[in-house]
Each structure stands twice: as structure tokens, then as C-alpha cells.
Design a protein around this ligand. Structure first.
Ligand SMILES: Cc1cc2nc3c(=O)[nH]c(=O)nc-3n(C[C@H](O)[C@H](O)[C@H](O)COP(=O)(O)OP(=O)(O)OC[C@H]3O[C@@H](n4cnc5c(N)ncnc54)[C@H](O)[C@@H]3O)c2cc1C
Length: 346
């Protein structure tokens, strides 16, 4: 049976970042990605400043992402720019991000196989089946997203409480980049408009137990119609989010990173930053077991605050009161920067 030192299931931002770090240290790494192409994924592709601070030193060219000033509407009305420095959001097509990360991982020496799903994961035997052939690992990294087979093999609950969906409308640059809370239909979720260089992502996210995914499609159709955006032939794309975190390191040298670890914020649905930093820091902990993981720890503190506020906003009366207060705070120039930092910090 073929053996590999580090088997990474999933070639998204988390898996490829982990692969790059391990390969740069001279370790043997095999990444299995079930899709035919590395990169494309249902995602608005919004990169906050802290995410750009991770990607730029790795070599992401400035032209790969479009910079916009993020706006927000907490309680109806015009969306306002909270703070021009803090709320710069770059947008990148996931195909482009994947292409760059693949190049970085491969140049470091990792083997990345697309079109190769991992199946039959047996944690006790440390084996999986990759493209029909059995393979044994020394370390296994589950980077296989919200619907993670590695997470399930560990016996962890995977409720995937949130659903997010979008239309990526080609040849459209709808501005400003914005997030609009729309509490009546979306509860503690929100509607977004994320312009990219060659298309605009219009989407929405909400908790499934309060807003059925089928409703989200009707909701988005109505929003696009009111904005005068034609969606002829544009596919509706949706995916669940895992926001429940149970840890990154497990007995038997099994590790979870990114969405598989439940790292997404249930308030903002931001997950790319957490995927990159957990990919990096889990890999560093494999190389040096006592290595600190400061970015993951900081993100987990932020995520816990976000998750608490999301739970609070799921209840109608606290939601009405809090969104009103946030809208008043957003109207005050003195409060805009601290407000933006609270939502966007690492
Ligand atoms: C509609 C939507 C919009 C979003 N917008 C944003 C945003 O604007 N900004 C942001 O920061 N986050 C956003 N997110 C969240 C973001 O997409 C994720 O947090 C991020 O992609 C997580 O990266 P990951 O590497 O952990 O997982 P993924 O990107 O999901 O990668 C996992 C990979 O594993 C592969 N895989 C799964 N199972 C197997 C298997 N058995 N064998 C082999 N391969 C497998 C998958 O094909 C996939 O390529 C959004 C999410 C959704 C659904």
C-alpha cells in the first residue's frame, strides 16, 4: 500500500496553505481534491484587510483582486461606509485565488491531485481510498470544507446551521460593495452586493432554522428584480456553512482546518481568513508540536464574540433593538472606526 507522510483532504484555501507550509519545511505532502479544477467554489470572494495581509506576502499580485470600500446598512436605508481604512474589502474570483495557491503549494514541493476524491476514511487503520487506490498516512489533515468527511469520521457533530447563496452576474459592476441587514425576512442574516472586476456577486446568508434555503432563492430573485439586474442563465449557487468549532487537533494525528473545523463566523460568514491561518498554524504545530498559534487564538476570540451576537440577533426583540442601536452608532463619525474594527478584526 502506498504511504504518505501528510495526507490533506481538500484543496481549498485551508488545505493548500497547510500543504505549502509543510512542503516548504521539506515534508512529503499529498493533497486530494475531488473537483476537476482547483479553486472554483460558491463564495462571494470577499477578502478583508487582515486576509490581504496574509496573502500579499505570499505573492498575491495586486491586480488579482479588486479593492472597494465596504458599506453597511444595519436597519434599512442607504448603506454607509463605516471607515475608509478599516473597511477596504478586496474581491477575488475563487478560481484566481485557487490558481495562485496551487502554484505556491506546488512550487514548495507538494503533490496536488485534482479530480481525486478521498473516500473510505478509516482513522484507526490510518487509511483512505484515493481515486480507487488505498493510501496510508502518518498525519491526516481534514481541509474538506463544511461537509467534511474527516470531521464526520471523527464523530463530531456537523449541524451546518447556516445557508448562503448567490448569483454571480457577469459583465456587471454594481456598487458600492455592501452588506444590508434585512431583519424581517433574513433574521440575523444579511444580503450582500460584492462587485468583482468582471462580475458582481449578489447573495444572502441566514440560519436555516429561521429562513428555509428555498425561501432564500425567492428572496434573492426579488432583490435582483428590484435592482433591475437580469439573471437570465445565471445559475443560483448555494452552500451550507459550518460554524460549530470543536478543535483543530485530535488523537491519532488527525487535524481539522478551515470550514471543516467550523471556523466561519456566524455573524459575518467570513471564512477565508480563518481557513488560511488555521491551515498555516496547524501545519506549523505538526512540524513543531509546541509551536504557538496566535492568529488562530485571536480569530477564535473574535469568532466567539461574533457567534454570541449572532445568537442574540436571532431573537426578534433583541434584534430590533440592537440593529437600531448599531444604525445609530454607524451614523456617528466618532463610532464608525471602532464599529468597523469590531466586525472585521482578526
Ligand atoms: C455563498 C458563500 C459566500 C461566501 N463568501 C465569503 C466571503 O466573501 N469571504 C470569506 O472570507 N468567506 C466567504 N465564505 C466562506 C468561505 O467560502 C469558506 O470559509 C472558505 O472557502 C473555507 O475554505 P476551506 O479551505 O476551509 O474550505 P473549502 O473552500 O470549502 O475547500 C474545501 C475543498 O475540499 C474539497 N473536498 C471536499 N470533500 C472532499 C473529499 N472527500 N475528497 C477530496 N476533496 C474534497 C472541496 O471540493 C473543496 O475544494 C462564503 C461561503 C459561502 C457558502
Amino acid at each position: 500500500m502506498e504511504s504518505v507522510e501528510h495526507l490533506i483532504v481538500g484543496g481549498g484555501p485551508a488545505g493548500l496553505r497547510a500543504a505549502q507550509v509543510l512542503a516548504e519545511a521539506g515534508r512529503e505532502v499529498l493533497v486530494l481534491e475531488k473537483r476537476a479544477e482547483i479553486g472554483p467554489k460558491t463564495c462571494a470572494g470577499g477578502l478583508t484587510r487582515k486576509t490581504m495581509r496574509e496573502l500579499e506576502p505570499l505573492g498575491l499580485p495586486a491586480a488579482a483582486a479588486l479593492a472597494s470600500i465596504g458599506h453597511v446598512a444595519f436597519a434599512g436605508g442607504e448603506a454607509v461606509a463605516l471607515d475608509v481604512d478599516t473597511t477596504v474589502v478586496h474581491t477575488i474570483a475563487r478560481r484566481t485565488l485557487g490558481r495562485h495557491q496551487l502554484e505556491w503549494a506546488r512550487s514548495a514541493g507538494a503533490t496536488v491531485c485534482s479530480g481525486t476524491p478521498a473516500a473510505g476514511i478509516d482513522l484507526a487503520a490510518r487509511t483512505a481510498v484515493a481515486g480507487g487506490r488505498p493510501i496510508r498516512w502518518r498525519h491526516l489533515i481534514g481541509a474538506d470544507g463544511a461537509d467534511s468527511a474527516v470531521r464526520r469520521a471523527l464523530g463530531l457533530p456537523s449541524p451546518r446551521e447556516y445557508f448562503a447563496a448567490e448569483y454571480n452576474v457577469p459583465e456587471l459592476r454594481l456598487e458600492p460593495l455592501r452588506i444590508e441587514c434585512d431583519p424581517d425576512p433574513l433574521a440575523n442574516g444579511y444580503f450582500w452586493v460584492f462587485p468583482h472586476a468582471r462580475y458582481t456577486s449578489l447573495g444572502a446568508v441566514a440560519p436555516k432554522h429561521l429562513v428555509p434555503p428555498s425561501f432564500l432563492r425567492r428572496y434573492l430573485n426579488g432583490r435582483l428584480e428590484r435592482l433591475g439586474v437580469a439573471r437570465d442563465g445565471v445559475p443560483f449557487e448555494g452552500a451550507t456553512l459550518e460554524v460549530v468549532y470543536h478543535g483543530c487537533h485530535f488523537p491519532g494525528d488527525v487535524h481539522l482546518v478551515g470550514d471543516a473545523a467550523g471556523m466561519v463566523s456566524s455573524l459575518t460568514a467570513e471564512g477565508i481568513y480563518a481557513a488560511l491561518v488555521t491551515g498555516e498554524e496547524v501545519a506549523r504545530a505538526i512540524l513543531e508540536p509546541r509551536a504557538p498559534a496566535p492568529k488562530t487564538a485571536r480569530w477564535l476570540r473574535t469568532k466567539r464574540r461574533h457567534d454570541r451576537l449572532a445568537r442574540w440577533l436571532a431573537r426578534p426583540r433583541p434584534r430590533a433593538w440592537t440593529l437600531g442601536a448599531l444604525a445609530r452608532a454607524a451614523a456617528s463619525p466618532a463610532l464608525r472606526r471602532p464599529l468597523a474594527s469590531w466586525f472585521l478584526q482578526g
